[in-house]
Design a protein around this ligand. Structure first.
Ligand code: HEM
Ligand SMILES: [Cu+2]
Length: 701
């Protein structure tokens, strides 16, 4: 052992002796534990009774199908978003009740019900979960499902790597969840404030959970980025030139270039911190020449591009949804593409705006202030393009469109408050206040809106039936009411001087606004109920809500040129692309038949359990490192190496579907599609979108 640890350690159990110090009588923990156990047992029971294990193993756990991997990413993201929401609920309720010196305290807290140390863990977990294991997986999942379909590919460039990325993300989420019950989590904010994260100031295992969870997850994200970039470059169907690439695919490209260039910085930063905590180096402590500002710089060199990593795919989603429901091509395709790349480029050079107030000097602050404001230009271009797309169009407010328009409003308001923050003089006043929190939630919510819009937009493509519109709209309106009720008071409180991360509110004047925020959280909770109801009802009515290939009737891109649900081989024959809005072009030219003139053999990757096994081994490794159980870490690391070596000698990783089989499967799907179309389900409310009308407006290539 190179560092002096406080507390127990032994060669077999590592630091697990620390568990004796955790307070398990806390009802909050108890509730979370019960909820997880009950849900877990119900799921296991259902899977066993319904004899689903074989199916789950074959169809999901060992799959390399990009669509299923994408669905699993999104499910993990949504579940973790629910967890993160619970944390938010706790933060808001604590702040609403812990006001003034006379407010009572329970469960060991002086005020409210969360003692400071627990409160700090809650907001750290909330932030880290929402960004890294909720928003990121949902967006990556969406890119996974849609990008190969939009470019006419059979799968990703590296299907096996894709599955590996998924399982690393799952491990990241699993480690955070394990931290909830076994030991504790970091209390240093999602940014891992140095030197608070150093061993002397955080002697427990909380920071280690935070480190390993992010480290493993970010390896997964980096692999995913390599995969998506390679896919977009190499797997495009004939005719899919760069100038015809759908905008969602373009933004995915921009976003993954950011990921590939910034996540390694995070990895290195965390590795240096790991060395400090495990080996006793001093990278980020002032003693022995280290520098804690170095941590802050490195963190934000990843952290700022990361926010664009998540926002760019959201822009791409809006660029798909808005034209579909405006029944018009996207305005300004070229500028949209340039704007995406420009945002990616500028995002690199603005990290210092996260610490204007740390004494950087006027020249440096001025430079970064200007650089930050530059981001507003391409972002503005995008907003105008969407607005011009809607201008004089036939807008239909189906749920995806509602979310998209809501998202645009959030982008405008959040962008403007970002501009305010980018002025150092203003930043000195509101830095570290809840105004900043309101700003970035404004931004993240625009992503959430776009993602919910995208989920309802592409759901019929993936599952073959639409989500219930009526409940979807209620979900949207309650969610929006919640957004307004929480974040308008939060901006106001920021101006009133409320700093972030308070577990106790000294100022009774703030209480009414804090209670308003609490009401907002209640509205969010109601919206979640509608979301779940929407899923249940839609699955129940799936026959009635079934759709044909083009679920909305006015969709524009290649992903709508195959069956819904998409067969595992995506396209019966590789499509040839003629136009920027290929499906719209085909609709105009009456080429919407999905029956090719002949079928050919299809080359597909085989399922494999290796990514799952590697994932589980990395979970064991992460857990062992957190608790410093060296033997287990060594065993799981060596096992991983062996599995990787074994897999690299495996030559039997693909297979051929004979043309005759393709034809048989296609005929079944065509029959189903015809049935749906005759029942009138094929083209929903967009059936009146006469091809001539879009022909007139069509801008061509
Ligand atoms: C027009 C674009 C934007 C501008 C001008 C902008 C500006 C800023 C500035 C100057 C800060 C530092 C505030 C302070 O700490 O005092 C900040 C913080 C932040 N912004 Fe933005 N921002 C923009 C877009 C975004 C986007 C797209 C996201 C996320 C998707 C985002 C998320 C955040 C987060 C998470 C923080 C706070 C991090 C922390 O300290 O914990 N921003 N923004
Ligand atoms: Cu930033």
């Amino acid at each position: 052992m190179l560092v002096d640890l406080q507390g127990p350690w032994n060669p077999i159990f590592g630091r697990l002796g620390l568990l004796l110090e955790v307070h398990y009588n806390n009802p909050v923990l108890f509730f979370a534990f019960e909820l997880s156990v009950v849900v877990g047992v119900i799921l296991l029971f259902w899977a066993t009774c319904a004899r689903k294990w074989g199916y789950i193993w074959r169809e999901w756990l060992t799959t390399v199908d990009h669509k299923k991997i994408g669905v699993m990413y999104i499910v993990v993201g949504l579940v973790m978003m629910f967890r993160g929401f619970f944390d938010a609920l706790m933060i808001r309720s604590q702040q609403a009740i812990a006001v003034g010196p006379d407010s009572p305290g329970v469960l060991g807290a002086a005020h409210g019900y969360l003692p400071p140390y627990h409160f700090d863990q809650v907001f750290t977990a909330h932030g880290m979960i929402m960004i890294l294991v909720a928003a990121t997986p949902i967006l990556v999942g969406m890119m996974n499902i849609i990008v190969p379909l939009q470019i006419g590919a059979r799968d990703m460039a590296y299907p096996y790597l894709n599955a590996l990325g998924l399982w690393f993300t799952v491990v990241s989420a699993a480690l955070v969840m394990i931290a909830l019950f076994i030991g504790d989590f970091s209390h240093a904010g999602w940014v891992g404030l140095a030197p608070l994260t150093e061993l002397p100031y955080s002697p427990g295992v909380g920071v280690d959970y935070w480190i390993w969870s992010i480290q493993i997850g970010s390896i997964g994200t980096t692999m995913g980025a390599i995969n998506l970039i390679a896919t977009i470059i190499k797997m495009r169907a004939p005719g899919m030139t760069w100038g015809r690439l759908p905008v969602f695919t373009w933004t995915s490209m921009a976003s993954n270039i950011i990921a590939l260039t910034s996540f390694p910085v995070l990895g290195v930063t965390l590795a240096l911190l790991t060395f400090d905590r495990y080996l006793g180096t001093h990278f980020f402590t002032v003693g022995l020449g280290g520098d804690l500002m170095m941590y802050t710089n490195l963190f934000w060199i990843w952290g700022h591009p990361e926010v664009y990593f998540v926002v760019l795919p959201a822009f791409g989603m809006l660029s798909e949804i808005i034209p579909t429901f405006s029944e018009k091509p996207l305005f300004g395709y070229i500028t949209m593409v340039i704007a995406s790349m420009a945002i990616a480029a500028v995002s690199w050079s603005v990290w210092l705006h996260h610490f204007f107030t740390m004494g950087a000097g006027p020249n440096v602050n001025a430079f970064f202030s200007l650089a930050t404001m530059l981001v507003g230009i391409p972002t503005g271009v995008k907003v105008f393009n969407w607005a011009f797309t809607m201008y004089r169009s036939r807008i239909r407010f189906d749920t995806p469109m509602l979310w998209a328009v809501g998202s645009m409003f959030l982008l405008i308001s959040g962008g403007l408050t970002g501009m305010m923050l980018a002025v150092p003089a203003i930043n000195y006043i509101v830095h570290n206040s809840v105004f900043v929190i309101a700003h970035f939630h404004n931004m993240f919510l625009l992503i959430v809106y776009a993602a919910f819009g995208a989920v309802s937009y592409w759901f019929p493509k993936v599952f073959g039936f639409k989500l219930d519109e009526r409940l979807g709209k209620r979900f949207f309106w309650f969610f929006t009411a919640g957004t307004l009720m929480v974040f308008i008071p939060m901006y106001t409180l920021g101006f009133m001087g409320m700093t972030r991360r308070l577990d106790y509110i000294t100022h009774p004047a703030w209480q009414p606004l804090l209670i308003a925020e609490m009401v907002g959280i209640g509205l969010y909770a109601i919206s979640i109920v509608y979301f779940v109801l929407q899923l249940v009802v839609s699955i129940r009515d799936r026959e009635k809500n079934a759709v044909g290939a083009d679920a909305w009737g006015t969709s524009r891109n290649l992903e709508w040129a195959t069956h819904s649900p998409v067969p595992f081989y995506n396209f019966a024959v590789t499509p040839i692309v003629h136009d920027r809005d290929e499906w719209a072009w085909r609709r105009q030219h009456g080429l919407t038949s999905l029956r090719p003139d002949h079928y050919v053999d299809i080359h597909m990757p085989k399922n494999t359990a290796v990514p799952l096994i590697l994932g589980m081994l990395s979970l064991a490794f992460g857990f062992a490192m957190v608790w410093r159980i060296w033997w287990l870490a060594a065993v799981s690391a060596i096992a991983m190496l062996i599995v990787i070596l074994y897999r690299s000698f495996d030559k039997d990783t693909d297979y051929i579907i004979p043309a005759a089989d393709v034809e048989r499967m296609e005929n079944e799907m065509l029959a189903r599609g015809n049935k749906v179309e005759q029942a009138g389900g094929a083209v929903g409310s967009g059936a009146y979108a006469a091809p001539q009308a879009s022909a007139k407006k069509h801008q061509g290539d």
